[in-house]
Design a binder for this molecule. Structure first.
Ligand code: SAJ
Length: 401
């Protein structure tokens, strides 16, 4: 596919913005669309609204070259990429309203031969039942001449730019022609292998990847609680067990956060409630971990008269600014709700918050009786056990343990 194709990316979040700017620097003409006027304005000035290594440089160069423009309205293009959120509702049921709304907005712009790609993570069947169905409903004149495919994003926040290019991609069209068109598109800028399948298999493969990680983190989290009961250092134990050639246990933590791994396995559970027993249990184990951490902190805090609890990290994982579904944030909020405790917080990746005064981490350590390490940010990895002498330390990430 020649780089003279035009592209419209709907949704300029953690996936849409890196994708749009990467494609623009590869030579495609790209319009990125977002419903938030501040986001559109920020990007058009060559700035970014999220933290991701090197994304600022990429966006600046894409905007300066004139190849990337942000807009609140989609425009005609040869390729449409939908990268909008798919959260769940209260009952852990998927909310596909954004996918449907995004599809609707591009319908009037579609022309023969266009390629519509859904990159958002979705329950099995969504590419057919929502994207194809919405286009059929609004453009029955054209639906048979448009290519529609699912190509789930699989990049890791913190390494998005490298993984966007290097990761293998799974591409599944609603028919063979669509699959071929989408494979050709991804092969024009991805150095990893582009693997063709059906839309349904691609949807399930993506959900499976995240459920696999969730189940494995749940195993590590369960071990951390068992080891705590038996006064065993879980970090040392896992390190030793991992020296077996076929064992590779992940890291325990304060719980599983983010908008992917804590969400996507529910899409499998909701479509197979009777069968998805292990996947559901893993979710419960990981969801229960923040409360286990809070209980442990409380036990120590109760030994002090007016305890000062210092919390290091609010983000859902190391070296990102993303607080969505963050177990660290949940824990700090729960501690802060206890009027008898003073809670100090450090989060180096966030400038300011309404809820907390954010302090430098060394000040937090110095002023606290209890230090809780909730995120293994690069900055915090410099902390040594000797810096925490005379403090009660609860290290949920194994930074100093
Ligand atoms: N976590 C642990 N222990 C570990 C690994 C992670 O407690 O050993 C925690 C993290 O601290 C975090 C959560 O799990 O709270 C998720 O972090 P993550 O780094 O495992 O994953 P995400 O959510 O940033 O990105 C995942 C990735 N999926 C897989 O690795 C299978 C990424 O490739 C996907 O693109 C992304 O979900 C997505 O958007 O679906």
């Amino acid at each position: 596919m020649a780089y003279d194709k035009s592209i419209c990316v709907v949704g300029l979040g953690y996936i849409g913005l890196p994708t749009a700017s990467l494609l623009a620097t590869k030579g495609f003409d790209v319009v990125g669309v977002d419903i938030d006027p501040e986001v559109v304005d920020t990007i058009n000035k060559g700035n970014i609204h999220i933290v991701e290594p090197d994304l600022d440089i990429l966006v600046k160069s894409a905007v300066n070259s004139g190849k990337l423009k942000a807009s609140m309205q989609p425009v005609e293009a040869d390729v449409f990429i939908i990268a909008v959120p798919t959260p769940f509702k209260d009952e852990k049921e998927p909310n596909l309203a954004y996918v449907e709304a995004a599809t609707k907005t591009i319908c009037p712009l579609l022309k023969k031969g266009d390629l519509v790609i859904l990159e958002s993570t979705v329950p099995v069947g969504t590419t057919d039942d929502v994207v194809l169905a919405t286009i059929a409903l609004n453009r029955d004149d054209l639906v048979d001449e448009v290519n529609i495919a699912h190509c789930p994003e699989r990049v890791l926040p913190g390494q998005i730019l490298r993984e966007l290019i290097e990761n293998d991609r799974v591409v599944g069209g609603v028919d063979e022609r669509s699959t071929d068109a989408a494979v050709e598109f991804y092969e024009s800028f991805v150095s990893g292998e582009v693997l063709a399948t059906s839309a349904k298999t691609a949807e399930m493969a993506k959900l499976t990847e995240n459920a696999y990680r969730d189940v494995n983190i749940a195993f590590a989290n369960e071990l951390s609680m068992i080891c705590d009961e038996q006064a065993i250092n879980v970090w040392e134990m896992i390190r030793l067990a991992n020296r077996h050639p076929r064992v590779n246990i992940l890291n325990p933590g304060p719980g599983v956060g983010g908008h992917c791994i804590a969400v996507d396995p529910w899409f499998i559970v909701s479509s197979a409630p009777e069968t998805a027993k292990l996947i559901r249990t893993a979710r419960s184990v990981n969801d229960a971990k923040p409360n286990w951490v809070i209980d442990r902190i409380s036990r120590y805090a109760d030994r002090f008269k007016d305890p000062v609890i210092g919390c290091l990290g609010l983000a859902f994982k190391a070296d990102v600014d993303d607080l969505r579904e963050s177990p660290a944030l949940d824990i700090v909020q729960a501690l802060n709700a206890n009027a008898e405790w003073q809670v100090l917080v450090s989060e180096p990746n966030v400038d300011q918050m309404k809820e907390f005064d954010l302090l430098p981490y060394d000040e937090v350590i110095e002023r606290s009786d209890i230090v809780v390490i909730l995120v293994d940010h690069k900055k915090f990895r410099k902390i040594k056990a000797s810096d925490l002498k005379e403090k009660v330390v609860i290290d949920t990430r194994g930074v100093v343990s």
